[in-house]
Ligand binder design. Structure first.
Ligand SMILES: O=C(NCc1ccc2c(c1)OCO2)c1ncc(Br)cc1F
Length: 306
């Protein structure tokens, strides 16, 4: 086997994957592109977590995501993993995923659409939020911030299964991140203050408990002055995160269409997609296609794609 062929060392006890596990991202720390030291850090982290009684989510792909988020500092990664397990327990996430019914979704979406819709040119799930019509006073007559965060957590859980595995099967390589579009049209700086608390909690949930899931973040229709404000915020963010974020004004369509094929982008954003019943409610994507949603039971374990 050529020296540069990506290979991944899997632990048969935890790594029961039924989708491709080699990442197209040819950077150290990504599955199929780890160094021997990084492989050893995965084993060290797993051994320490097992010793503390953890038994779930100790698979290689998950541990590598946490290790990348903490720059392979095993002690800091262990702390992050433990805090995430603590949050999952307090949030009662395993039951929530099974039972949560966001029956007020259509009414909330009139103010704040948040949905997954098809894929970008690299095959990632596209996640769209439209924040411009948020009216928390009116929304809190319909729902609560707790239920909005519960819905977000459930949708994030579905990213791990079935969305990303289906996208990985369709593309033939491992996909671990999403392409997020946040439409700020109509978000005046005054409204930002009331929305701020929720957005702060949502982004904290994303960064602390779903590490390395954001592949790209497009902030479109950013109000004039936002990119100046963002210039300050940028200084507080990790450079790896900053290079994923694209702040675009009203002339976003050309850049957005270079990342998301027109047929996958809703018409309202300059694409050509117009799902029956509305793109915001279709949940269209490879995860809805029987061909990709689940491997047939007979499928043998595939060797990682060369
Ligand atoms: O896009 C994501 N995070 C970025 C994000 C998500 C929510 C936010 C935010 C930034 O800023 C404000 O609210 C994101 N997070 C977790 C998972 Br799973 C999939 C995702 F696409």
């Amino acid at each position: 086997m050529a020296a540069d062929t990506p290979t991944i060392t899997l632990d048969p006890k935890y790594d029961q994957y039924d989708f491709p596990t080699v990442s197209p991202v040819n950077q150290p720390g990504h599955p199929g592109h780890t160094t021997p030291v990084q492989d050893a850090q995965v084993h060290q982290l797993r051994a320490e977590l097992e010793k503390e009684g953890y038994t779930e989510r100790l698979d290689t792909l998950t541990l590598l995501r946490f290790l990348r988020a903490r720059k392979f500092d095993v002690a800091l990664t262990k702390k992050m993993f433990v805090e995430c397990e603590q949050w999952r327990k307090e949030f009662n996430l395993d039951e929530l995923v099974r039972t949560f019914d966001y029956k007020e979704k259509e009414q909330v979406f009139a103010f704040y659409p948040q949905y997954y819709h098809k894929t970008d040119k690299d095959g990632r799930p596209v996640y769209i939020e439209q924040l411009g019509n948020i009216d928390l006073a009116a929304m809190y007559k319909i729902t609560t911030s707790e239920r909005m965060l519960q819905n977000l957590a459930v949708e994030y859980e579905k990213v791990a299964d079935p969305r990303l595995p289906a996208c990985s099967r369709k593309s033939g390589y491992l996909l671990e991140t999403c392409c997020t579009i946040m439409d700020l049209k109509g978000v005046g700086l005054s409204k930002v203050s009331s929305v701020y608390a929720y957005v702060k909690q949502a982004s904290a949930m994303s960064q602390n408990y779903y590490p390395e899931r954001m592949g790209r973040l497009y902030l479109i229709n950013a109000p004039w002055g936002f990119s100046t404000v963002f210039g300050v915020v940028k200084g507080w963010l990790d450079p790896v995160t900053v290079e994923k974020i694209h702040v675009l004004g009203s002339g976003y369509q050309k850049e957005l269409l270079s990342q998301v094929p027109a047929e996958n982008l809703p018409k309202i954003f300059g694409g050509s997609c117009d799902c029956p019943g509305g793109c915001a409610f279709s949940d269209e994507g490879p995860w809805k296609d029987a061909k990709w949603a689940k491997p047939p039971k007979w499928q043998t374990k595939q060797a990682p794609a060369p």
